[in-house]
Design a protein around this ligand. Structure first.
Ligand code: AMO
Length: 416
């Protein structure tokens, strides 16, 4: 068998050299080279620097002695590239690197089983999401990332020069997934969000990823919440089943979630917070601090994950359906004090949608292409956007969304 990778550790114990090699598996490959048994390979390996790219021909060792990896007996080693300099980071993670360094050298640190496990689980998360949607009759879509109008507020749009037009990077597939509700009853997209927020927080990126879904012919936002909670429970089950090794490497015990998740209304959330002395101004969205506090209170009652429903109109996008009482059909999904997802039922009635744009101080002219789609038999519909990095942060107990994306785009990072 030919196995390839990079030396992440070399240890000499008397007449044995042990190499740990990071390759395509989660745990390293380990080869022990004995001076007596394979003198040529022993000589070659004795001073191989960490970082060397090599392949070896070998077989699984009949006796597995290493606790750190899977042991092989090597018959032949081919060296392809030696590092020009000592590595700037420790790829076995003995010397912990600062987050800044981890981000800068993520591509190298993926040789470290711990760092790799995070991204193997991210990959699984998206695979699980696709599997869930396929099983439930959703069609995967791709919508444009260069757009003429945004759905989530003008202040957070990145302008792009698009020939003689002014364009933006897409904040969300919102407008497009809704337009497709005029022909396909269930769609989903795994997509980047570009947002020009100048935040520097552990929960914000300027290029983040979302799992977006939109569902037609719904009776209420309850139908959307059902899909979302089942999706998350499915993702967790999938990871528990398929990533035992990676969860072990990370030392994470991932507990299954039971559906349905707890639901509280926005008003109930405000009452709970006020009863704990937190000030919430009338008609405003919850601040991050309030959200965190609410997460703590809910967790103490046994609810790590919960929906907040019926957001006030003042705190939502123009496209959410309004109820008679001034609330809307928008919900958030919070997990341990962090918003993972927003969604809800949309306004699908043409006239009311135009009014909603005006009420939010937006010009319907700029949304003409979107509004058109509401003229030809638009059914009631709703959907959600689920933050990929935020979900991963919560599932693995990471401290920062920057740990959950390979190459970070934030206020201070445009390279690598
Ligand atoms: P919203 O703006 O709440 O809703 O975004 C959906 C989810 O995406 C994640 N998210 C982010 N993660 C990291 N950094 C960011 N800057 C960032 N912005 C968003 C969050 C958030 O809950 N169109 C609606 C969704 C819908 O109604 O279908 C929307 O975009 O986890």
């Amino acid at each position: 068998m030919r196995i390839c990778g990079w030396v992440i550790r070399r240890k000499t114990i008397g007449k044995i050299v042990i190499l740990e090699i990071s390759g395509d598996s989660s745990k390293p490959y380990v080869i022990a080279l004995k001076k007596e048994r394979e003198p040529e390979l022993f000589k070659l390996a004795r001073d191989l620097p960490v970082g060397t790219a090599l392949c070896f021909e070998g077989e699984l060792a009949p006796v597995q002695k290493s606790r750190r990896g899977v042991e092989y007996i090597a018959k032949e080693i081919n060296i392809y590239s030696r590092p020009l300099e000592p590595l700037p980071v420790d790829t076995i993670g003995k010397v912990p690197a600062l987050l800044d360094t981890r981000i800068k050298y993520r591509y190298l640190l993926l040789r470290n089983p711990v760092e790799k496990a995070i991204f193997k689980i991210r990959e699984s998360m998206l695979r699980a999401a696709r599997e869930y949607f396929i099983k439930n009759g959703f069609m995967e879509i791709q919508t444009p990332k260069i757009v003429a109008a945004g759905a989530e507020g003008g202040a957070t749009l990145f302008p792009v020069k698009y020939f003689e037009y002014n364009a933006y990077l897409s904040q969300s597939p919102q407008l497009y997934k809704q337009m497709l509700m005029s022909s396909v009853p269930r769609v989903y997209e795994i997509t980047p969000y570009f947002r020009a927020e100048k935040f520097d927080t552990p929960r914000h990126l300027n290029e983040s990823w979302g799992i977006d879904a939109e569902i037609g012919f719904i009776k209420s936002e309850e139908d959307v919440m059902n899909v979302l909670e089942n999706l998350i429970a499915y993702i967790i089950d999938y990871i528990r089943k398929n990533n035992v090794e990676e969860l072990g490497i990370l030392g994470v015990e991932l507990k299954p979630l039971t559906v349905p998740f707890k639901r509280i209304t926005f008003k109930e959330a405000v009452d709970i917070l006020r009863s704990e002395g937190v000030e919430i101004p009338e008609g405003e969205d919850l601040t991050e601090a309030a959200e965190k506090k609410l997460g703590e209170i809910m967790a103490s009652k046994g609810y790590d994950i919960f929906f907040i429903t019926k957001f006030p109109w003042e705190a939502t996008g123009f496209y959410y359906m309004r109820n008679e009482d001034g609330t809307t059909r928008k919900f958030d999904l919070d997990y341990k004090g962090l918003e993972l997802s927003s969604g809800g039922q949309r306004e699908h009635r043409y006239e009311k949608l135009i009014q909603a744009l005006r009420d939010k101080g937006l010009n319907p002219e700029g949304f003409k292409f979107y509004l058109e789609a509401f003229k030809y038999g638009m059914p009631p519909h709703g959907g959600f956007g689920l933050g990929v990095e935020r979900l991963l942060v919560k599932l693995l107990g990471l401290g920062n969304v920057r740990e959950a994306i390979l190459f970070v785009r934030d206020r201070n990072r445009l390279v690598p």
